[in-house]
Design a protein around this ligand. Structure first.
Ligand SMILES: [Zn+2]
Length: 265
């Protein structure tokens, strides 16, 4: 079984609504709605990774995984109603430190989403890059985000998506120790649908991503996924060569040269 897991960020109705969100990662609500209709036209169920993991034993219908990072306010005001109309579910990876802040979802919104079948999961406590942190800070980020989300929402938190996609084998080990069951990364690829302490690759849908690319990814066309993987490896090489701070500083000029966003998460 091959499942494309899509990664979105903000879903603005209008570009003016992009408070505290990177416009390069924002997909307009109309465009997102079109992607959902494309999935329906292909006969694919749109499901959270949490639900796909629970259903994995049953197999069955073709599906596409749907995830959102950062907990932008538009995830609640725009994406959530569209998902409900379709009977679809998604994982929302949020940072408890900014929930309720300007431009972000509130705790009341997260509770309502969780009550209607949405999966609310950890994107770390803050949005610091984990490969810049000492081991005890990584542990605190993973532990406190899980504990606070479980406490406030009354539901288990078993999935983690690393901020900026930065992940190391050590971070994965700490995640397993703390009871996470899978890590949804920003490495492009298709998921085999299996759970059990593993990395689940995702495909980042960005402002520049075309409807054709989304269709190719959803239907598992390998060449399209391979192109994304090659772009990702190039960006990762640049991050390693430059370090996170310098990478972020020169990123905008790299983007102008490449004409493409380099990473997401
Ligand atoms: Zn993020």
């Amino acid at each position: 079984m091959k499942i494309a897991v899509l990664m979105y960020h903000a879903i603005p109705r209008r570009r003016e609504d992009l408070e505290n969100a990177d416009p390069r990662y924002a997909v307009d609500a109309d465009v997102f709605h079109r992607h959902l209709r494309q999935a329906a036209a292909r006969g694919l169920a749109v499901r959270s990774v949490r639900d796909l993991l629970a259903e994995a034993a049953g197999g069955g219908q073709g599906a596409v995984g749907l995830t959102f990072d950062d907990g932008h306010e538009s995830n609640f005001s725009q994406a959530f109603p569209l998902l409900q109309d379709l009977g679809a579910t998604a994982d929302f990876f949020v940072n408890p430190a900014v929930v309720g802040g300007k431009g972000f979802v509130t705790w009341a919104a997260l509770r309502e989403m969780a009550d209607h079948g949405m999966s609310i999961q950890s994107h770390g406590y803050t949005h610091r890059y984990f490969d810049d942190l000492a081991r005890d800070e990584v542990r605190r980020e993973l532990y406190e985000s899980k504990a606070m989300l479980e406490d406030r929402l009354g539901r288990p938190v078993n999935l983690f998506a690393p901020p900026g996609g930065r992940i190391t084998p050590e971070v994965m080990r700490i995640a397993w120790e703390l009871g996470y069951e899978a890590v949804c990364t920003s490495r492009p690829g298709c998921w085999n649908g299996r759970g059990g302490r593993r990395e689940i690759p995702r495909l980042a849908v960005l402002a520049t991503t075309t409807g054709q690319a989304v269709d190719a990814w959803m239907t598992g066309r390998i060449a399209a996924v391979a192109v994304q993987a090659a772009r990702y490896r190039l960006a990762r090489w640049a991050k390693r060569a430059l370090g996170n701070r310098r990478y972020d500083a020169v990123r905008s000029s790299l983007l102008r040269l490449a004409g493409r966003p380099g990473s997401a998460g």
